[in-house]
Design a protein around this ligand. Structure first.
Ligand code: NAD
Length: 971
């Protein structure tokens, strides 16, 4: 077979007439030689379509490309220099736009369907088939999704109608089974439903099937071929279920021109292929398949690494090529069941497939080759000349929405391992290009990412059906346990008698979530005394021993993660994904502090002079009161507790009244992990009683508090007043609220900004200290951003938190509900209501998502922490004024900037003074170890949970100096 592949490859190559070197090729050459230039060039290209004025183009050209010592192709260099210079900006900004337009034209078949039809007609006349694809911005809201659906419907109609009268081209128009549709459309699921989420699998599949069935029916009726494009791995499971459901429908079962894409780079590729063959067998009519290697490699690898998931794609290029070959063989051996489209530009892969077809005895015309419009044109021509059917994948759309597509193609063209690069630029001998790929997966193939001592616990992977099932079971199980009675657990005894607080499930107020036993003054006394007695041996136990117990606690929490998360859905109304993230954060806190404790607290030799020995270490301070809020019921309580414990303090936990059951579960987990008696105790009850008493107790040495500003300030004041019998200064770590702003610059990527704002402002109904509650938008982008943002906010599904389709759940309790309702009813003067949701489920504390336009920045909705799903928008004339607004606050917790201007990003790094600034990134969801979290000003004392140095807040430093000289003898 290898000899045949070599022979055929040579033949194809000899038929390929090399095309002349274009400006584009020159650019790609320069980019390939300089990774920095490549990145800057692509970033400039990415932002170019949104730049409305010539001045803006000049500024971005200067910021990205000029002033750096680099070699650029002369033609581009001249245009850039002129574009960067203000005087000539008009003329040369047009030149820069022109270059971008030329690039786009190379890969995009037309800006509109009518424009595209001219080129498609020419392709067909030259003996090529096509598949048209609609380019678009990512779909953020329902109305955008509906528009997309209509565009696809119109495309099916237009292509079927217009291609009817084209003159016959035998190779492309007919196969062994009869006519092959000329109208061929590829569609992307992500454009048809906003925010597809594997967690919400069933509903996503149902909605897509409903939305797509008319398109499939129209395709069958109009004799058009329709293929579902495969995108990121996240959507893989949904795509397959949608496809199988549709092609299995009685009314669609006889049309053989429905297809799906199989991506060879997926670990699941051969399962996918078998699934397709089974589906074709099941319906009794063949199906089409486009076999590709996969275009999201960079994204998949980074995404998996960021989330700690196993990487879904083969990491080595050779393994992907080998997978492609074995799948080609499989499909070409089954042309009775599938109509394969072999999609590649790689001469080896194509030659191999053609030889495999010969060996399998695949009838002539029972398969086709596919390539992308604008790529490997000479090879495409050669294949056609040799008598093969070649289909060109042809994107239709404007440059702006098509930019992501364009950049992907450019990356592909310039990747050093890319076949095109090797064949056309490096003079690699043809024998090498046609060598069989190495099949063995390389070491990294199952995602070994970092080798740091600490690794984040991955969030639950909801693409896995088994995980979804386990979560559903845990939710049912937790519901059965309600109401949960939370006892006082102190001084080696548990009690659940006396006064109790009742807390209702926020998502379903007909159900009681907890009965919380109130700790008494005697309980506090007994607990403090117990903790004090347990302290010396705990302080003196080694750090290693304490860290090992934390590791064990992390293991118990991870083992019970689904139960713990499900409990949060019930007790504090947290949606599934966020509840899961809270549990993994708690696990991370334990493991992180365990991993850094020795380095931060352990014995360190200090520099000294001869004859002297200096050592320093940190030691626990005594009894710590940990007072926590309800909004991150496990992570914050566990984080503050773990830090104190590993530092050598004994801990009394006083959780928020609304999240006491989660605290109780944490206490039980710590018992199971084996913490010695008295080292950890639980005192539930009202903050102003139990919390206040703990804070002012003379034997409490340390307070770790996270909560609201007024309580935090009260605690700081109370801790500052020494009581009779008190022998230690109390140290308070105090984390409080925020009024966080996101700035949207006039060159921002709106797709990304809308998605990030949505998650930051409405995740957990805005009840996060890090939540975005102010949006500062530059005037020039306001009219582009706001309709899309409002469409997205309108599409937010407010649902009970345990419902997998829930995007926003209830608020915590009746008090919060009433407070927020009254703000929404009367938001104050100078405030305009832009949107208020109406579709709310009954039976819980559901507040609608609200967007307000604030004309007066001093209005309370723009200054006070509201802790709910209310977003205050401000429109500003310039970036400078946006910055002024953003930092004009008592708080300094989180902040965000969406911008593609390097200089403005740099300015924001310096001047947007908050504890955690996020650039082109949502502003909630800080990861332990990677984004140490905490604010200053009125947001807190400047401590950083989950980061370096945090433990030092809970321990006293000690230094011992010894004179090591004896009678002049130095050791
Ligand atoms: P809260 O201040 O009402 O309660 C926090 C804790 O303090 C609870 O355990 C409560 O019982 C206790 N408490 C109340 N009064 C007390 C008193 N007088 N003395 C001692 N303890 C007392 O806050 P919350 O409603 O539970 O949480 C929401 C607040 O927490 C928001 O302001 C939010 O921004 C803030 N928060 C900040 C961070 C951060 O890291 N900066 C993180 C999460 C939440």
């Amino acid at each position: 077979m290898e000899a045949e592949v070599l022979e055929l490859g040579r033949l194809i190559r000899s038929h390929s007439r090399p095309s002349s070197q274009s400006l584009f090729d020159g650019l790609m050459d320069a980019a390939m030689e300089d990774e920095g230039l490549k990145a800057d060039l692509f970033r400039l290209l990415d932002v170019l379509p949104v730049l409305s004025s010539d001045d803006d183009v000049s500024r971005h050209v200067r910021e990205y490309l000029l002033g750096k010592q680099r070699r650029v192709p002369p033609i581009l260099g001249a245009a850039l220099k002129a574009a960067g210079a203000r005087a000539l900006s008009g003329l040369s900004a047009a030149a820069v736009r022109g270059i971008a337009g030329q690039m786009a034209e190379r890969f995009i078949v037309g800006a509109s369907v009518s424009q595209a039809l001219l080129r498609l007609y020419a392709l067909h006349r030259n003996g090529f088939a096509f598949s048209a694809d609609l380019l678009g911005e990512s779909t953020v809201g329902n109305s955008e999704a509906e528009q997309f659906c209509q565009r696809y419907a119109a495309l099916i109609q237009a292509l079927s109608r217009e291609t009817l009268g084209w003159e016959e081209q035998p190779i492309v128009d007919a196969g062994p089974r009869g006519a092959i549709p000329r109208a061929n459309i590829s569609l992307k699921l992500s454009s048809l439903l906003p925010r597809l989420d594997p967690l919400d699998h069933e509903r996503s599949v149902d909605c897509l099937v409903q939305r797509m069935k008319p398109l499939f029916l129209a395709a069958a009726q109009n004799k058009a071929a329709l293929t579902i494009d495969m995108e990121q791995w996240d959507l893989h499971g949904i795509a397959w279920d949608v496809f199988e459901t549709l092609v299995g429908m009685r009314e669609l079962a006889s049309w053989p021109h429905f297809g799906i894409v199989v991506q060879a780079y997926l670990h699941s590729a051969s399962d996918d292929a078998r699934r397709l063959l089974a589906a074709a067998r099941g319906r009794g009519t063949p199906l089409a398949v486009r076999l590709v290697k996969g275009a999201y490699w960079d994204f998949e690898v980074a995404h998996a690494a960021q989330h700690g998931y196993p990487c879904p794609v083969l990491v080595s290029k050779g393994a992907t090529d080998a997978s492609f070959e074995s799948l080609s063989e499989l499909f070409l051996a089954n042309t009775d069941l599938v109509y394969p489209g072999i999609g590649s530009h790689n001469l080896r892969s194509l030659s191999h497939a053609l030889v495999a077809a010969r060996h399998a005895g695949a009838p002539a015309g029972s398969f086709e080759l596919q390539c992308l419009y604008g790529m490997a044109d000479a090879q495409r021509q050669a294949l056609k000349d040799l008598g093969y059917r070649v289909r060109v994948y042809a994107p239709v759309g404007e440059l702006l929405p098509g930019i992501a597509y364009l950049v992907r193609r450019l990356l592909e063209n310039s990747a050093n391992t890319g076949f095109l690069r090797q064949s056309t630029h490096d003079g690699v001998p043809i024998e090498d290009l046609l060598k069989a790929p190495h099949a063995e997966p390389s070491e990294g193939d199952r995602g070994a990412w970092t080798d740091a001592r600490f690794r984040n616990c991955p969030h639950a992977d909801f693409t896995d059906g088994e995980v979804r099932l386990r979560f559903a079971r845990a939710l049912q199980e937790q519901a059965r346990l309600l109401p949960i009675t939370v006892p006082v657990s102190a001084a080696a005894r548990e009690r659940a008698d006396g006064r109790q607080l009742r807390h209702l499930c926020p998502g379903n107020t007909a159900r009681e979530a907890t009965r919380v036993t109130c700790s008494t003054a005697e309980d506090v006394e007994a607990a403090v005394e117990t903790a004090r007695n347990a302290w010396p041996p705990w302080r003196d136990a080694g750090i290693e021993e304490r860290a090992a117990l934390l590791e064990r606690l992390a293991d118990v929490l991870e083992r019970d993660r689904f139960e713990l998360a499900a409990l949060q859905c019930r007790e504090v109304g947290k949606p599934v994904r966020e509840a899961d993230a809270d549990v993994t954060e708690a696990v991370d806190m334990c493991r992180y502090y365990a991993s850094v404790a020795q380095g931060e607290l352990g014995v360190r030799r200090l520099p000294g002079q001869p004859g002297e020995d200096n050592v320093m270490w940190h030691e626990g301070r005594g009894v710590a009161a940990v007072i926590s809020p309800w909004n991150f019921p496990l992570a914050i309580l566990c984080g503050m507790t773990a830090a104190n414990l590993v530092s050598g303090n004994t801990v009394i936990m006083k959780p928020a009244e609304q999240s006491s059951a989660v605290a109780w579960r944490l206490f039980k987990a710590a018992q199971e992990a084996g913490f010695p008696p008295g080292v950890l105790q639980l005192l539930p009850g009202p903050g102003e009683e139990v919390g206040a008493q703990l804070v002012s107790h003379p034997l409490v040495a340390q307070v770790a508090f996270t909560g609201s500003r007024h309580v935090g300030l009260e605690i700081l004041a109370a801790a500052g007043r020494a009581k009779p019998g008190q022998r230690q200064i109390k140290r308070v770590v105090c984390e409080m609220g925020g009024k966080n702003a996101i700035i949207v610059d006039d060159d921002a990527d709106c797709d990304e900004a809308v998605a990030g704002i949505l998650r930051s402002a409405f995740g957990y109904a805005g009840q996060k200290c890090s939540a975005c509650s102010r949006l500062v938008v530059l005037e020039r982008i306001y009219d582009t951003l706001m309709p899309r943002l409002l469409d997205a906010v309108k599409s937010i599904r407010v649902r009970p938190p345990e419902d997998p389709s829930c995007e926003m759940g209830p608020v915590i309790d009746q008090a919060a509900f009433r407070r927020l309702e009254s703000v929404i009813r009367e938001p104050g003067t100078g405030v305009e209501l832009l949107f208020k949701g109406t579709d709310l489920p009954p039976g819980g504390w559901y507040v609608p998502p609200v967007v307000l336009l604030v004309h007066d920045a001093s209005s309370p909705v723009a200054r006070e922490e509201l802790f709910g799903p209310i977003l205050a928008v401000m429109k500003v004339p310039s970036f400078e004024s946006a910055l002024e607004h953003a930092v004009e606050s008592d708080y300094a917790l989180t902040g965000g900037l969406y911008s593609r201007s390097p200089s403005r990003i740099e300015t924001a790094r310096r001047a947007f003074r908050v504890g955690n600034l996020y650039v082109n990134h949502e502003i909630t969801g800080a990861m332990v170890g990677r984004q140490p979290f905490g604010g200053f000003s009125m947001s807190g004392g400047g401590t950083k949970a989950g980061g370096p140095g945090y433990l030092l807040n809970f321990a006293d430093p000690r230094v011992v100096t010894e004179n090591t000289m004896r009678r002049g003898f130095v050791i």
